[in-house]
Every structure is written in C-alpha cells, then in structure tokens.
Write a protein that binds this ligand. Structure first.
Ligand code: NAD
Ligand code: UDP
Length: 311
C-alpha cells in the first residue's frame, strides 16, 4: 500500500510511519513541521520506501496513494491555542483538502479525531453515541470545534461522495517523542521531575484522564484502517482512569525525584473527568491497551532521561 501520513513527523505520526514501514508499506510523511521534528523521522530517511513532503495541509495537494492517515494538527493545548485561527484552518481546510484527495484517488482516509469532541463531558465514561458538552467560544474551541467539524466533513464526504472513511477518537496518548516543552501533562511532569523542578498541578489535581501508551494507540489505529466493517467513530484509549495528582505522585515515585508538587490555577474549560468506553474497539477491532501506566511511564522516563542528558 502507498500510504500518506499527514502530521507524520509529529509524536503519533512518527510512530505510525515506523509501524507502516515495518508492515511493508510505502510511506509518504507530509508535515509542515509546526510541532513535528526532523529528529523524529531521521532514522527513517534512508528507508527506500519512505518519503518526506514539507507541506501545509491548508493548501491542496495531489498525491497518488491508497491510504491516508490524517493526523496533521497540533494536539497540545499550548500549541493549538498559540494560533487558534490556524488551528481551525488546519482542521477545516486541511481536512477538506485531504478528503478531496481521498475522493479523487479513491483512497481510504482515517481521521485522527479526539476525546475533546466530548468537551467537558456530562456522561461518564464517554461512549461514541454521546454528543458531547463543548464550549463553542472558549480557548479550547478552536481545537474541539475544529475536530468536530472535521468529523462532520468526514461523514459528509462519505454520504455525499462515497469516500471510504474511518474515524477514531483518540484519548490522551503519551510516550517517547512527545516534545519536552509542549505543555502536556505527562511530558511536563516527567521532564520537571528529572530536572528536580516543581511539578505544577493545575487546580486541585482531582480532574481525571486515562493515559494510553503510544504503541497501543498505533496498534488500534492500524487495526481500524485495516478492517472493512466499520467506519466509526471508535474510541481508542486506555480505560483506566487516574487523577492528575495520582499521575504526579507516580512520576515522582518512578523517577525517584524529590521535586515538590505546586498548585497552579486550572485553565478555563479544562475537562473534569475523562475516560473512554472502549466496548466498540474491543468488539470491532479485538483491541484493548496492553501497556499499563507504570510500564509506559518507565519507557517515557527513559526516553526523556536520555534526551536531557544528550542535550
Ligand atoms: P503533534 O503535535 O506531535 O503532531 C502533529 C503533527 O502535525 C506535527 O508533526 C505538526 O507539525 C503537524 N501539523 C500541524 N499542523 C499542520 C498543518 N497545517 N499541515 C501539515 N502538518 C501539520 O501531536 P500528536 O500528539 O502526534 O497528535 C497527532 C494527531 O492525533 C492530531 O490530529 C491530534 O489532534 C490527534 N490526537 C492526539 C492525542 C494525543 O493524546 N496525543 C489525543 C487526541 C487526538
Ligand atoms: N495539567 C497539569 N499540569 C501540567 C499540565 C497539565 O496539572 O503541567 C493538567 C491539565 O490541567 C489537565 C490534565 O493535566 O487537567 C491533562 O492536560 P493535557 O494538556 O496533557 O491534556 P488535555 O487537557 O488536553 O487532556
């Protein structure tokens, strides 16, 4: 298969490119390098089946491919709020362009949606039939509403033009190649613990998230793309829920760090509780996460430890 990965130099995209090459695909990695890094894909550059295209999905492009993994979009609140209008453009114009490409070349397109389409959810855990509770005008809206429109576009291109879509809703995913200063909680806590700096807990730390290790997510995404029975949306995430304070304490324990925990104000619209219902993924894809948080954090800590030493 000739496979396009948009956002292929990013955290998830680079792991996906690696996996697709290992499975024998030809891979085109398309990225504008906003949050992607050349170092994430450097080890792939000499692979005979790997190509890189520097391109912004806001602009149309025509490539002859069989599959599109559409992952281009900054994912950390710090990055997607830095230029919110650009985030909306990436989600709306970028997704139109990639769906247009898929339509023209009859490729199957898998769209990387997010648990943020559920907003600050009033249903717990979140199942795919829940329509969400999203602030349309807040600081997270550029991402949340952008991703909701992107899903709408997928389903309208499917209904109107017969585009072969797959939609996954990704819950908090972590692992090596998150960038150290991207503001997400796992990278923030691990880096600060390793540096002996205070870990900043926003609010009282009682808000929850469920953390999925990158290898599990990549497995789920490739299974979703490979099957012919369901277009989604399908939740992909780890169903084990932790408070942010519990995460901080686990990071301190695993790093052996004596960094203090300090409180900081809770950002606006920060979801209070989040945990995926993964019944659909279990049934349709025979998928569930296999890496527990402690194990995944150990691998992530080893990655950042090495990164900080070499830096
Ligand atoms: P990331 O920021 O590491 O990767 C995003 C990639 O997209 C980067 O390489 C960036 O340079 C590229 N990109 C951004 N805007 C672009 C544009 N206009 N044109 C071309 N490339 C562009 O983030 P990630 O964590 O790897 O997330 C990848 C995808 O998965 C995103 O669509 C995100 O919304 C989705 N997702 C991630 C998570 C998570 O927990 N990591 C959760 C839910 C959804
Ligand atoms: N958070 C925190 N300290 C940090 C970074 C994040 O307490 O240094 C909290 C944040 O307020 C949120 C949770 O951790 O409740 C997850 O934040 P992240 O930005 O990783 O993801 P998202 O909010 O998009 O799920």
């Amino acid at each position: 298969m000739r496979t396009l990965v948009t956002g292929g130099a990013g955290f998830i995209g680079s792991h996906l490119c690696e996996r697709l090459l290992a499975d024998g695909n030809e891979v085109i990695c398309l990225d504008n390098f906003y949050t992607g890094r050349r170092t994430h894909i450097r080890h792939l550059l000499d692979h005979r089946d790997f190509e890189v295209v520097r391109h912004d999905v806001i602009q149309p492009i025509l490539l002859e491919v069989d599959r599109v993994f559409h992952f281009a979009c900054p994912a950390s609140p710090v990055h997607y709020q830095y230029n919110p209008v650009k985030t909306v453009k990436t989600n709306v114009m970028g997704t139109i362009n990639m769906l247009g490409l898929a339509k023209r070349v009859k490729a199957r397109l898998l769209h990387a949606s997010t648990s943020e389409v559920y907003g600050d959810p009033q249903v717990h855990p979140q199942h795919e039939e829940y329509w969400g509770h999203v602030n349309p005008i807040g600081p997270r809206s550029c991402y949340d509403e952008g991703k909701r429109v992107a899903e709408t576009l997928c389903f309208d291109y499917h209904r109107q033009n017969g585009v072969d879509i797959r939609v996954i809703r990704i819950f908090n995913t972590y692992g090596p190649r998150m960038i150290a200063d991207d503001g997400r909680v796992v990278s923030n806590f691990v880096v600060r613990a390793l540096q002996g700096e205070p870990l900043e807990v926003y609010g009282d730390g009682s808000q929850t998230r469920a953390f999925c290790y990158i290898d599990d997510l990549v497995e789920g995404a490739t299974r979703m793309m490979a099957q012919d029975d369901a277009i989604g949306p399908v939740n992909l995430g780890n169903p084990v829920e932790f408070t942010i304070r519990q995460l901080a304490e686990l990071v301190l324990e695993l790093t052996g760090s004596s960094s203090p925990l300090v409180s900081r104000p809770l950002p606006p619209d920060d979801p209070v509780r989040r945990r995926p219902d993964i019944t659909k993924a279990r049934q349709l894809l025979d998928w569930e996460p296999t890496v527990q948080l402690e194990q995944g954090l150990e691998r992530t800590i080893a990655y950042f430890d090495e990164l900080l030493r070499t830096a």
